[in-house]
Design a protein around this ligand. Structure first.
Ligand code: 5GP
Ligand code: MG
Length: 177
């Protein structure tokens, strides 16, 4: 992180809470009798997932998957690898991917493909934030919290060099003039 960057709030904790409630109500009407598997993508989604499931009052299960893009030097290649497997068999399960952010879309596109190959009953995507200006792979978002500008977001689970995940608001880093 640039040491001359400063934090600005983009969405307050109250705005996030309202968005989580709205998403939970949409998800409830679609999944109430499906015992869905909510699949958090590590690590950024864990705060959102923790708040989201406490707004869902029907049976569900939770698992996590760790994904990372292969990098060569400073460049990400766009190829994704699984760095932590999910432990729950997904065959015939209704899987709801829970993401912190969809940026290029490459991670999510990979994950859709990966889950469909394992013959899940359905795969849908809930993401707290979407940065469509950076999209490289098309991704269908079924439940969306916020569309965000092309800024580097931190807080509410999102990190910069593993820092700032604990901020209760969603912030962005802005270079100081
Ligand atoms: P993708 O580019 O494949 O859609 O997103 C991959 C991952 O990049 C996201 O899950 C997230 O971990 C990270 N990422 C993308 N944009 C941001 C951002 O603005 N802030 C942070 N902290 N991570 C981001
Ligand atoms: Mg993520």
């Amino acid at each position: 992180m640039n040491s001359k960057a400063e934090l600005r709030v983009l969405f307050t904790r109250q705005e996030i809470e309202a968005a989580v409630r709205r998403l939970a109500s949409e998800i409830s009407s679609d999944y109430r009798n499906k015992n869905p598997l909510l699949l958090g993508v590590l690590r950024g989604s864990f705060v959102f997932l923790a708040d989201l499931i406490r707004q869902l009052d029907f049976p569900l299960e939770v698992d996590f998957i760790g994904l990372s893009s292969y990098s060569s030097g400073m460049q990400t290649s766009g190829r994704i690898k699984v760095v932590k497997k999910l432990e729950t068999p997904v065959q015939d399960r209704h899987v709801l991917i829970v993401e912190d952010i969809v940026d290029t879309g490459l991670t999510t596109a990979f994950l859709f493909d990966y889950l469909q190959k394992q013959k899940s009953a359905s795969v849908k995507l809930c993401t707290l934030t979407d940065k469509p200006s950076r999209r490289e792979a098309p991704v269908q978002i079924d439940y969306l919290g916020f569309t965000v500008p092309n800024k580097f977001l931190v807080g509410y689970g999102l990190d910069a060099d593993q820092k700032f995940r604990n901020l209760p608001d969603i912030c962005y880093l802005e270079d100081k003039a």
